[in-house]
Design a protein around this ligand. Sequence first.
Ligand code: FRU
Length: 508
Amino acid sequence: MSSQTLREARKYEEVYEKLIPEENRPKFHLSPRVGWMNDPNGLSYYEGKYHLFYQYHPYDAHWGPMHWGHATSTDLLHWEFLPVALAPDEFYDKDGVFSGSAITLEDGRHLLIYTGVMKRTAENGQMKEFQTQCIAVGDGLDYEKYENNPVINSDLIPDGSSKTDFRDPKIWKKEDGSYRCLVANRAPDGSGHLLLFKSADCIHWEFEKIFAKNERRYGLMWECPDFFELEGKGVLLTSPQDMLPEGFEFHNGNGNLCIIGDFDSATDTFTEENVQAVDYGIDFYAMQTILTEDGRRVMIGWMQNWDTTGAHDGSEPWFGQMSLPRELSIRDGRLCQWPIKEVEDMRSNKVEYRNYDITATKNIKDSDSESVAGGVSLEGINGRCLDLELEVKPKDIQAMYDRFVISIAADDKYHTDIVLRPKENIAKIDRKFSGSRRAIVHQRRAHIPWKSETIKLRIVMDRYSMEVFFEDGMYVMTASLPTDVSCDGIYFNTNEDAVINITKYDLN
Ligand code: FRU
């Protein structure tokens, strides 16, 4: 039985989505039906379709009492909105239906597991948000919350672990048919640890073990954990809050983290080996994965970062978008990401240049060079929804360029730059001139130990974003862009002569 709160939200989104013209949204990145979106939730395949839910506040383009928005797709790129799936309408989730995941039950029903948030006065007299794990079961359209929610209550939490920071359950089924659920929690040292629970039926849960500990190494609280096996390794993804920068690997604030290690499935023991950031750009958080029917591990993140979410006035009809679905693999001990292969089915209007000379502009040497819009443009190489493969090499290996700049979403006033600095092993993205009017983060650098003097990259742009894949997906930099879609120029600049191979497709 649906509640009044849910019915109202469903009615609201149906009316107000009509005020958002299709062309004002990203074309193939999911955006909220109306209002605000954050984390991807419940990414799953159910009855022939991918389901993607999301943290959702329909009534405003700012964060508010969380609902679960809902969309389905057959290719993870073209989405159809379904009515909002969950609303904060029970005493145990009255202050928010927070992030979680989904699975198909043995009897064929679709199960959602999420964090219920309830504010109440804590022992010290302060008002606190208590977080518990709850389930709802449904048919892919309507979901009924379980009558005995929460299913993972604070009495199941080990001593010393926080009852207020306890969220974002990620569920999976083991080969023996039992279920595991990994939940983020704040440890006694104030940083994150991940609690693993087990169940035979997804309803009755017991605490199994502390699966991983941050011990104040990578930020503080770890949010939105995901764990899976890939190519014989265990892969732990999580989104840490309050990070301190470490070289160019991690940046301040909310970040993203991947730990690859050894996994003993018999004892659910994960032993850390390699640690890295997932995305080196500006906007990527709270990623979640799915194992597709054909065995690919695919990841989607929220293409935003928390520190900039206050920097918009909220008058826009929607805010927040998901990243491209990315296929994951492991190469040289690192997590590698590549746009889901279905993107290639969207390609049209191929334009190609081979061994094209980009002649040096000497004034590009000064540090402000990226403020210079313009440079070389090539007939047919422009657009805002595109897939662009590029190889850049020096014309003369003795005269390697210091910087090669690719300006996208450009006209004579606006541009966003991708800067290659091979001598320093750096790639930089810069959206300072993208039309942003706020003092937010505009630039970010990644340390990329380039393998050869020919630098390879792939840029996927949708109307309001760019995702740049370097070195065949070994390093990725993502950013949302505010630039008006009429700015669709692409320019190349270099301080020493260079030669490029370029293939561009429009994406439809
Ligand atoms: C991460 C997060 C989650 C929480 C949700 C609330 O972005 O803070 O930990 O469940 O957002 O919207």
